[in-house]
Design a protein around this ligand. Structure first.
Ligand code: LLP
Length: 385
């Protein structure tokens, strides 16, 4: 779907991120269509991509924001998200960040532990405010994704163990500056088999029934994010199947009267609209391997090095008649893990050729570093049609 303006690219310094804003618009439109229900509220997980242009486009579409730091609170407010539509998550919120969130008037704190709850109550008292909190429950569900990005299993640092929830709810009831907003869950990221979400719904149904018998009602349920994208075929599947995703919840989650249902989607909104554009610096013929050494590296896109992730690599303006060869596509950083792909079948590559590393719009630019004193890659945007 994304058409790359290659003639323009040839004049430009590489590497850089290129965002297809029409695709982002289409993605947002399909998301909003699939989520069109008065009880549903979608918050964009700012951690996936906090580029101001991207953030503004998402806030203009009417989504709320899910943030995990004071910096993200500021980025979301600057991009036009309403404070009331911001949920603030994270296992290690500092006092300074909590104060900032209270002063800004964020809609909800997703609370991950008892000590955090006590600190929020104390700081809210000092600020003369009441904090709305959702308790993040660890539902102990295996999301079948990479171990670094699965978060709902019992041994994770995230959330409150279900067996401790009773006690914490009792405490909530005693705190003057805390208002219970509801329960929060998040089972992991890049989830492509949706079955774990069915299990999550069943877990939530059971919890709600259990607490109702004790007279506890949760005004909201937040099921987090995690919907995956097709990294192998970004052209064939540029937009995730939001309809199938939301249907799971409408079929399996027993929402109570007047209850709101919140989502925190990151990757599924921004991944496919972004590509990392890079140039081949050298083609190095080894004995048994052929390396395409490119000017982008793990400092620009760390996902392959960190999670063994694979992003589709395409030669731009390739001649369809060109013969194809196997390449290891590697970056210039002094680390063996600085590799975008091994045995990539690509049209004949030469010094100066441009490549697009696809599906890089989520957890790409935002996770960049300056290791090796490399400057951060710039970002460019398609003109909106
Ligand atoms: N809500 C919570 C509480 C989260 O921890 C996350 C992601 C999200 C929502 C958004 O998840 P998404 O819809 O984007 O899957 N850097 C890794 C992904 C880390 C995800 C962390 N939490 C990667 O590049 O794959």
């Amino acid at each position: 779907m994304t058409r790359f303006p290659v003639a323009d690219f040839r004049q430009m310094d590489t590497p850089f991120y290129y965002y297809d804003l029409d695709l982002l618009d289409l993605t947002l439109a399909q998301l909003l269509r699939a989520a069109a229900h008065p009880a549903i509220r979608v918050h964009y997980a700012v951690k996936a991509n906090a580029n101001p242009v991207i953030l503004k486009q998402i806030s203009r579409a009417g989504l709320g924001a899910d943030v995990v730091s004071g910096g993200e609170i500021k980025a979301a407010l600057n991009a036009g998200f309403k404070a009331d539509d911001i949920v603030f998550a994270g296992v290690g919120k500092t006092d300074r960040e909590i104060r900032l969130a209270l002063q800004a008037g964020v809609g909800c704190f997703n609370v991950e532990s008892l000590p955090e709850l006590m600190v929020i109550d104390a700081l809210a008292a000092e600020e003369g405010r009441k904090a709305r909190v959702a308790l993040r429950v660890n539902p102990d569900i295996d999301a079948h994704t990479h171990r670094y990005i699965t978060t709902g299993l019992a041994e994770n640092k995230f959330g409150i163990d279900m067996r401790l929830l009773d006690g914490i709810l009792d405490t909530v009831a005693t705190l003057d500056h805390i208002e219970l907003a509801g329960l929060h869950f998040h089972i992991g990221s890049q989830i492509t088999d949706l079955t774990p979400y069915i299990l999550l719904c069943e877990r939530i149904n059971a919890l709600q029934t259990q607490y109702e018998s004790r007279g506890i009602h949760f005004p909201s349920i937040n099921v987090g994010g995690g919907l995956g994208v097709d990294y192998a075929n970004p052209a064939r599947n540029p937009i995730p199947d939001f309809e199938a995703f939301f249907k799971i919840f409408s079929h399996h989650l027993q929402l109570r009267h007047n209850q709101t249902l919140h989502f925190e989607l990151g990757r599924s909104i921004t991944a496919q609209c972004g590509s990392l554009i890079t140039r081949v610096i050298y083609v190095k013929e080894g004995i048994s391997r052929r390396f395409a050494i490119v000017d982008a590296g793990m400092t620009d896109l760390i996902r392959p090095a960190l999670y063994n992730a694979h992003h589709k690599i395409e030669k731009l303006n390739a001649d369809p008649e060109e013969r194809q060869l196997l390449y290891d596509v590697v970056g210039p950083i002094c680390e063996s893990s600085d590799c975008f792909g091994t045995d990539e079948l690509l049209p004949l590559l030469q010094r100066g050729d441009l490549l697009a590393i696809r599906s890089a719009g989520a957890y790409g630019e935002i996770m960049a570093s300056e290791y090796n004193c490399r400057p951060r890659a710039a970002a460019f945007f398609s003109k909106k049609k």
